[in-house]
Unconditional design. Structure first.
Lengths: 114, 115
């Protein structure tokens, strides 16, 4: 099942710089996208989301961009901090109403070096 | 801040035994979910639950799995006869259920080890 794909298993950036995490999807029915952050031995923590009717959503240091024609989304973290080091998952939902399943990507391990 | 809780954090069981994983969703949430993550693999959807019945389930959620909301706060996942391949992290999640709101909030997980 490759409906949501994160092609980079890992990313390393310097503190203060921008982190860009990428995600691609194949299912045209997906209409809502979410990013989660996960530390070892914890559950995924919701970060930010975007509806398919938008192309950008911003929350503090986190911005998600959606390119529907390319079926691509990205998460930008500016400035990156060492505490941002975690696994980041992209997820997608395919229903207009709440309560539908999330389909996850494989995750990208972000390491922010001091 | 309200959070989803899960017990136990780690469960070890023998193949063929029944296990029950427990979750307390966020109190005003209406939708409840179970996901699992086998080591080294993606987080996979198992089942969603709304208004005291299953609203959606995946192909993984076969007859050996069941879910229940036995009271006003708990949400459980039962695996009737565990197999080695059921070893995974099991995450419970809940969501508000408002129109346009798809955010699901996850618990810390239960690590199930089947020997």
């Amino acid at each position: 099942d490759q409906q949501v794909k994160q092609n980079s298993p890992s990313l390393s950036v310097q503190e203060g710089r921008i982190s860009i995490l990428n995600c691609d999807y194949t299912n045209s029915m997906f209409d809502y996208f979410l990013w989660y952050k996960k530390y070892p031995a914890e559950g995924p923590t919701f970060l930010i989301s975007i509806s398919s009717i938008k192309d950008k959503n911003e929350d503090g240091r986190f911005t998600v961009f959606l390119n529907k024609s390319a079926k691509h989304l990205s998460l930008h973290i500016v400035p990156s901090q060492p505490g941002d080091s975690a696994v980041y998952f992209c997820a997608a939902s395919a229903k207009e109403t709440s309560g539908s399943r999330l389909t996850f990507g494989e995750g990208t391990q972000l390491t922010v070096n001091p | 801040e309200p959070e989803v809780t899960q017990t136990p954090s780690h469960q070890v069981t023998q193949m063929g035994q029944e296990v029950i994983l427990r979750c307390v969703p966020i109190s005003n949430h209406l939708y409840f979910y179970w996901y699992r993550q086998i080591l080294g693999q993606k987080v996979e959807f198992l089942v969603s639950f709304y208004n005291n019945e299953i609203s959606e389930k995946s192909e993984i959620f076969d007859d050996q799995f069941s879910v229940e909301r036995p009271d006003g706060s708990n949400f459980t996942l039962k695996i009737r006869s565990t197999k080695l391949e059921d070893s995974a992290m099991y995450f419970c999640a809940s969501s508000l259920g408002l129109a346009g709101s798809h955010e699901q909030y996850f618990g810390p997980g239960t690590r199930l080890t089947v020997t």
